[in-house]
Design a protein around this ligand. Structure first.
Ligand SMILES: C[S@@+](CC[C@H](N)C(=O)[O-])C[C@H]1O[C@@H](n2cnc3c(N)ncnc32)[C@H](O)[C@@H]1O
Ligand code: SF4
Ligand code: SF4
Length: 338
């Protein structure tokens, strides 16, 4: 049966311009943006959960009958999967701010810095208006029993650790027994809430580092933060208890011309192991797959880097994962990862 797993399970709290949506991925094929939850359901303060599930059910029926809303047309996420509706949400993306203390060359998701030298994110704090009260919406979800006990809670942004209510939210989820909290961070700012989440075996970290050496890290991230990032990472990994089963994952987004060398990848894996990572992840920046027009030489270059990286991860005995963009490179070349 035609269905979309995101629509079936998720809710996504974005920054003001985007609002609250059903899905967490852009439909790559039609550029209509994310499907928004209507103002009938969310009045800007509170979500009417009965209406939410009614609307969601109508949207799913529309997909099943092939007359989905415009945003969902031709979406790569529509698959043949069963639809069951237990009126629960199983995945929450929290991303209601764009503020960041980094300036990654590949990132489109952060507020632009005012001065290239001084990242005036404090100014953004002053100007930042919370689009809605996240914490009270989350409390209301729990009160209404719509959030599954094993729901995945995923923080992104901007830089989530800079969000004024970040620690409160993380503490709240931990206190309420949520054990699948994922935090995407650049790791520049240390958070006691993250540390507690690691101690409690409730938090996984996915850290965007993107380089193996200080010089290259500064080129990718636009700020001097290499030592700080690894220092914080080590501190988190030391706070793990024996029963820790989550992920401390370091992630590398390849940007050709900036960090696309074997030396950087190798150093990155060494640093990750030295500082206590449990997994390394590889990706290539989203825009590249559009920009390069699937040029064979570039695809082969990315493939070779990925193969090198897998080999190094395997011989170093560290778990690794490939993000969909890299998998796509393999698909295009009709090859399998090593
Ligand atoms: C938007 S960031 C927000 C969280 C946090 N600031 C960080 O860097 O992890 C979420 C994730 O998206 C990744 N990302 C951002 N822009 C990207 C792009 N153009 N292509 C691929 N990944 C991207 C980042 O590396 C990061 O892992
Ligand atoms: S079909 Fe695509 S655009 Fe629509 S909700 Fe699912 S992932 Fe989002
Ligand atoms: S740290 Fe994250 S949000 Fe900030 S610029 Fe880099 S990828 Fe974007």
């Amino acid at each position: 049966m035609r269905n979309c797993n995101n629509l079936n399970t998720s809710i996504c709290f974005n920054y003001k311009r985007i609002g609250v949506t059903y899905c967490t991925l852009t439909n790559a094929y039609n550029g209509k943006g994310w499907p928004k939850i209507s103002s009938e359901v969310f009045d800007g303060t509170k979500i009417d959960w009965n209406k939410f599930f009614e609307e969601r059910s109508k949207d799913i029926s529309a997909i099943q009958s092939g007359c989905e809303r415009l945003e969902c047309k031709n979406c790569q996420q529509i698959k043949n999967i069963d639809f069951y509706d237990d009126k629960k949400i199983r995945y929450v993306l929290l991303s209601p701010w764009q503020i960041c203390n980094s300036n990654c060359v590949y990132c489109l998701g952060h507020a632009e810095t005012i001065s290239p030298k001084a990242l005036n994110y404090f100014q953004y704090y002053e100007e930042y208006e919370e689009p809605y009260d996240m914490l009270s919406i989350i409390k209301d979800m729990i009160l209404n029993n719509v959030l599954a006990d094993d729901a995945v809670i995923d923080f992104a942004g901007g830089e989530p650790t800079l969000y004024p209510k970040f620690d409160d939210l993380v503490y709240f989820f931990i206190d309420n027994g949520f054990k699948n909290i994922i935090i995407h961070t650049n790791n520049i700012k240390y958070s006691k809430a993250i540390e507690l989440g690691i101690k409690e075996n409730a938090v996984s970290l996915i850290i965007s580092i993107d380089a193996g050496t200080k010089k290259c890290h500064e080129k990718v991230k636009g700020v001097k933060s290499f030592d700080k990032v690894w220092h914080n990472f080590k501190k988190y990994s030391k706070s793990r208890k024996k029963n820790y089963t989550k992920r401390l994952c370091t992630k590398y987004v390849i940007v050709p011309g900036i960090n696309d060398s074997e030396k950087e990848l190798e150093e990155f894996i060494k640093q990750s192991i030295k500082n206590g990572a449990t997994q390394v992840a590889l990706n290539v920046y989203n825009q590249l797959l559009n920009e390069m027009n699937y040029e064979k030489a570039l695809l082969n270059h990315l493939y070779n880097l990925s193969e090198f990286w897998i080999l190094k991860a395997k011989t170093s005995n560290i778990q690794y994962m490939l993000f969909p963009n890299i998998e796509y490179v393999y698909q295009k070349l009709e090859k399998q990862p090593f």
